[in-house]
Design a protein around this ligand. Structure first.
Ligand code: NAD
Length: 454
């Protein structure tokens, strides 16, 4: 099939590469000239495991091309995916200006002959958007075309695997032709029997928000339970196992931590709250989810203040992990943004490490780097020397089994504030650390051998 993917960000680039991988002829279009130039040069603008070789292979074999000419790409293709960003507007609703700009371009560039085009919103868009896309196209052409909703469920960090082997593909359609063509397009991705769920367009649009809002709700729920565990001396890890083994609940997305971030959950929960309110539906449950999350992002900052006082001038903190989760360089709405800025605002200096988010961090923290309040370290151990405490913000694999002696000897004080529950509190106490984590009681330091004998 001849496919155009408009918007070459995380979703568009992954979708384009995977669709080319299954033999389609794919052109990825983006208005960002810099991004397209880098892609032409074989450079991948994002960190996503496995993406680079897949893009290279399909470029080399001629199935994948890149352009800044959105109109020409749309005019050529039978199937057009709209995968541009839908950032939050001022009122929290999803801003559709990019989606509708692409729809206008598609309408204006509709050729007079050739197969009827299928236009698919892959961006996360509120219920009712497909109708707006249809109107925007219709204003510029009298030719027949089909509009569908095909929300994307990939996770950054596992995006290729998610796209190539999805749990399910959700497709909202209103014509038999679109249903048949999309069935053919997705058949290679569901060979093991996972379903393609065809439904009406409104249900497909709502499904994406419902999925993200449900996952965000589980996170905020567990963070609330973690606070209760801390208050009474219980262990949220044990509670997680206790409920996660219940078939009705399942084990996923039950880890307590320092709140959700990233490019999707925060904006999608906000947008769904807006849609609920605009439709007259009580949004209390999701307003609560947002409130808990906003508070949870500050938990490590509060701990630092409790431990070292509100005035942190003269203090230095080591931070491991800046991306909003492991296996990605994405720092959009990452808890690290709040924590690092909060520490610096109180006078502290921060030395931070992240295996992949260095460039992103240089962008987000340009001001702090310029004023010398933040230093980005090459190696995670480089942050430690003379620091007053180590803060764990992202659970990268490389942090999980560190050299604890080296950490203890490097830090000015053996204090670890762990926002991701990487280690066992009793073990950490045994190793001589003052260790706090989320939803678990810090273990007391073991008694001195002599004292125990008394
Ligand atoms: P992104 O910001 O990484 O990429 C969006 C791209 O669209 C950018 O490269 C931008 O230059 C381009 N663009 C904007 N306006 C354009 C126009 N008029 N014509 C052509 N290109 C244009 O965004 P993303 O993370 O890929 O997300 C895209 C959509 O997919 C969003 O709606 C998002 O909510 C949704 N989504 C994202 C993820 C994820 O994990 N990132 C997962 C599922 C769904």
């Amino acid at each position: 099939m001849k496919i155009a993917v408009v918007g070459t960000g995380y979703v568009g680039l992954v979708a384009g590469a995977c669709l080319a991988e299954t033999g389609n002829d794919v052109i990825c279009a983006d208005i960002d000239q810099g991004k397209i130039s880098r892609l032409h040069a074989g450079e991948i603008p994002i960190y996503e495991p496995g993406l680079e070789p897949m893009v290279e292979r399909n470029l080399r074999e001629g199935r994948l091309t890149f352009t800044t000419d959105v109109a020409a790409a749309a005019a050529e293709a039978e199937v057009i995916f709209i995968a541009v960003g839908t950032p939050p507007g001022e009122d929290g609703s999803a801003d559709l200006k990019h989606v509708l700009a692409v729809a206008e371009t598609i309408g204006k560039s509709m050729p007079d002959d050739g197969p009827e085009k299928i236009v698919i919103t892959k961006s996360t868009v509120p219920v009712g958007t497909a109708a707006k896309v249809k109107d925007a196209i219709r204003r510029h052409t009298s030719r027949a075309f089909h509009v569908c909703s095909n929300p994307e469920f990939l996770k950054e960090g596992a995006a290729l695997q998610d796209f190539m082997k999805p749990d399910r593909v959700v497709v909202g359609v209103e014509s038999e032709h679109a249903r048949q063509r999309l069935g053919e397009l997705y058949a290679p991705f569901v060979r093991t029997g996972n379903p393609i769920l065809f439904m009406d367009i409104s249900s497909a649009e709502i499904t994406k928000y419902a999925a993200n809002a449900m996952l965000a709700t589980r996170i905020s729920f567990m963070n609330t339970i973690a606070q209760l565990c801390e208050a009474v001396g219980a262990d949220v890890g044990l509670v997680r196992q206790g409920i996660g083994t219940d078939e009705r609940i399942g084990p996923g997305f039950l880890f307590a931590g320092i709140g959700y971030g990233g490019s999707c959950f925060p904006k999608d929960v906000k947008a769904l709250v807006h849609t609920l309110q605009a439709t007259g539906v009580d949004a209390a449950i999701l307003e609560g989810v947002e409130k808990v999350n906003a508070d949870q992002k500050k938990v490590l900052l509060r701990r630092a203040v409790e431990r070292f006082g509100d005035d942190l001038s003269g203090r230095t903190f080591a931070v491991w992990g800046l991306s909003f989760k492991p296996e990605t360089d994405d720092m959009r709405e990452a808890p690290s943004l709040e924590v690092v800025r909060g520490l610096v605002k109180r006078g502290a200096r921060v030395r931070a490490h992240d295996p992949e988010a260095r460039d992103e961090a240089a962008h987000y923290f340009a001001d702090l780097l310029a004023e010398g309040a933040l230093q980005l370290c090459e190696h995670n151990y480089d942050c430690l020397e003379g620091s007053d405490a180590l803060l764990i913000l992202t659970e990268w694999l490389a942090y999980r089994n560190p050299d604890f002696d080296r950490i203890r000897e490097s830090l000015a004080e053996p204090v670890i504030l762990d926002g991701r529950n990487l280690w066992d509190p009793a073990r950490m106490a045994g190793l001589g650390f003052e260790y706090t984590s989320i939803g678990r009681t810090p273990a007391a330091a073991p008694a001195e051998a002599g004292a125990a004998a008394d």
